[in-house]
Ligand binder design. Sequence first.
Ligand SMILES: Cc1cc2nc3c(=O)[nH]c(=O)nc-3n(C[C@H](O)[C@H](O)[C@H](O)COP(=O)(O)OP(=O)(O)OC[C@H]3O[C@@H](n4cnc5c(N)ncnc54)[C@H](O)[C@@H]3O)c2cc1C
Length: 548
Amino acid sequence: MASKTIEIPILIAGGGPVGLALALDLNFHGTPSLVVERTATTGKEPLAKAGTFNERTMEFCRRWGLIDRIAEGFPDDLPRDTVYCTALDGELLGRSSVPSARDRGIPPVSPEMMRRCPQYKFDPILADGVMASEHAGIRYNTRMDRFEQDEDGVTSWLTDLESNEQIIVRSQYLVGCDGVRSTVREGLNIPLEVIADLDYSLSAMIEIDDIDPFHTFGRCERFMFIGPEGTWANMTSVDGLKLWRFTVVGVEASLQPEKFDIDSVIRRAFGNAGVPYTIKKVVPWRRAQTLARHYGHGRVMLAGDSTHTTSPTGGHGVNTGIADAVGLSWVLSALVDGWGTPGLLQAYEAERRPVALRNFGSSTENYKVWVAKGMDNVLADGPLGVAARRNIGNFMQSGLQQEWYSQGIALGYRYENSPVIIPDGTPAPQDHPSFYFPTARPGHRAPHAWLADGRSIIDLFGPGFVLLDFGAEPQDVDALCRAAQSSGVPLRIERIAQPEVAALYQRKLVLVRPDGHVAWRADVAPADTHAIFERLRGAHLILEQQHV
Ligand SMILES: Cc1cc2nc3c(=O)[nH]c(=O)nc-3n(C[C@H](O)[C@H](O)[C@H](O)COP(=O)(O)OP(=O)(O)OC[C@H]3O[C@@H](n4cnc5c(N)ncnc54)[C@H](O)[C@@H]3O)c2cc1C
């Protein structure tokens, strides 16, 4: 078998949304990478997977110049409402109303709004972005088989699945974005630990020309079907037009796709409404919250589903994975450029692992509302049934508030105990799944504000560090600039003479990392400016290890 060798700074195994996001963000930082994907193309099959991209993900897509195409991926006038009912021709129990993209508009806390876009459209938009980029590329039909790492780099053995040729890649770093059955994670011997094993589900992709004439509940994005046993199925719009994901919740023994009569469950949901539908595909899946014990080892790192999975109740899976990619890309870029230290790789795990626990804990809580008990009288006649249906509707609406409104999850995550963030002693604002409290406290996402020239302040962040100077008069930043230079840390000064933005950031000097997180803030630079940049590039962690 012939073999050829490729050299590249960063090799990314897996061209799903997270691998593609990593390549795009590395490109933004000017670092070359190659994505290897075992399948022949991106998003070939219209499978119903992720479909909700939160404000933070959209801020990253803004950075990569991809917003307009994503916005076209879903009708902007479809209300995001969820209808709770016993069947399409049955009783209405309640409704959670969430305005359509058109009615919602851009929120005050972000330059971008959360968007719906089916993953089979979203992933190809990222892939097109990678292919059009200067520093990143994709190789399809290429399987990552195994790797070995040494002090200077990683050697990976791949197979070209068309020619059966072996390819050897020598890279400085390897990242496994190869999904839940990650070859890279297995190669590192890192277990995926189960935090909550929730259920076994069966999802059918079904096509319906137009569902609205067949019910009286009004246009919506989702139906949740509730019986005496609780929520037994739900149906969510995939493309905002004809494609729906119909999911049955159950146990593995009863939901075997080859034996299970999914038509009978769809008929129960549709009742006598007579909805014509076509089943396109049935996919079984296990609903579980899992988390890798570590996010990498040495020069081999992990991101996305290779490190964690979640119940889709909240749509946090793909968004958390994409934020992993952005949290890792600047670190790898800093290492390749020579100013980062391996301490930043430790910090990546220390920052991102707690966020996965936080986000997916929220998804698990949402799921528990879905399957809550106490629905016995939902179909009862008379006042008993009327009261039960009203109570169940209220329970679902209030219990799932944080599933449909999760701006706090999207924007309020913080790197509280990060070893490469310098805390300023101020108390943390509340961490609420639905509500985001803007803050420039170190460790948080630097908050959005519109600048006088029409840009968002977020547009200023990366590549390299940015020192925001909010003083009424330009601050003396010479010592900070010299310290950054002596540590090799790329630094740009941005002076912002807008009092309302200064009030939001609360300090005259604020250092923002390449990933848009606040690293340090103060009114005056301290005497030891060198220590700041040594800490921000993780050098102290390496020194501490040498002294152990
Ligand atoms: C049925 C279903 C419904 C979902 N619903 C939601 C939802 O509603 N909301 C949500 O946020 N998320 C949802 N998800 C999860 C979401 O799809 C994932 O979180 C997201 O795709 C993770 O992206 P990833 O890039 O980490 O992994 P993946 O999307 O799994 O991509 C991994 C890629 O690596 C490739 N690969 C694997 N092994 C190799 C190898 N050895 N060599 C080369 N390439 C390899 C694979 O072909 C794949 O393209 C759903 C997933 C499923 C399956």
